[in-house]
Design a protein around this ligand. Structure first.
Ligand code: SF4
Length: 235
């Protein structure tokens, strides 16, 4: 029986990217293969976690987690269940089981993956289980930069899940050489859209000018979207 390492489970709106404002049930898993300097998730191997004020111990069997989720939340209320983290694709088998079991009970709910994109082999294995993948491109991170060609190649093989790509940007922007490499790779793979997301909603006008100037010379449309859950001071 698979066991899950959970950080928290809660209801909120999707605050980022293309599906902003939709009501979701977030299942946030523990653990990440990256360590971004700006990370706002506690990935400290939590011994326990809370759902609706009740405490549970990690790891939890997938059956037990499923039972609690079904008892605590009315899934008819949500647009989708967002598997987030940490890096949720590290808990591949748990996600597959959860989706399979929930689909038997609720035909309408969609499944959404929020991933750092650095483990493309895991993402392709989740294709048939997901409806939408929100994929971050962590261009400050060596592992993510190395994984980029495989990730973009994998996107062409998705047959079930849709996806969008998001570039999180801190207040200092992104190194020019990494941005140029990203543009080269996106262009080579025929990617036409990219969401730019200023972290903690902080960005200066020079960086905005630089970004839009750089991308204006490409076939890629960029859209700058804030982290709305932070504007609303909600999770
Ligand atoms: S990928 Fe996401 S969860 Fe992992 S360290 Fe970076 S910001 Fe945190």
């Amino acid at each position: 029986m698979e066991k899950a390492y959970v950080n928290e489970v809660f209801s909120s709106i999707q605050g980022e990217g293309l599906y902003i404002g939709l009501y979701q049930l977030f299942i946030r898993f523990e653990g990440c293969n990256l360590s971004c300097s700006y990370c706002d998730t506690d990935n400290s191997n939590k011994k326990d976690f809370e759902i609706n004020g009740k405490k549970y111990l990690n790891p939890i069997t997938v059956d037990n987690l499923l039972e609690i989720v079904l008892a605590e939340f009315n899934l008819d209320l949500y647009h989708s269940i967002s598997f987030t983290g940490g890096e949720p694709s590290q808990q591949l088998e748990v996600i597959k089981t959860m989706v399979t079991e929930i689909r038997k009970r609720n035909k309408n709910i969609k499944f959404f993956l929020e991933t750092n994109g650095s483990l493309p082999d895991n993402l392709i294995k989740l294709d048939e289980y997901m409806d939408i993948m929100s994929i971050d491109l962590k261009m400050h991170n060596k592992e993510s930069i190395l994984a980029l060609p495989n990730l973009l190649n994998m996107l062409g093989k998705l047959t079930h899940s849709s996806y969008y790509l998001k570039l999180p940007f801190d207040a200092y922007g992104c190194e020019d050489k990494n941005l140029d490499y990203l543009i080269e790779q996106l262009t080579a793979n025929g990617i036409k859209e990219l969401i730019v997301q200023p972290l903690d909603n902080m960005i200066n006008e020079n960086i905005i000018d630089k970004l839009f100037t750089k991308f204006s010379k490409t076939d890629i449309t960029i859209r700058l979207i804030a982290q709305t859950h932070k504007l609303l001071s909600i999770r």
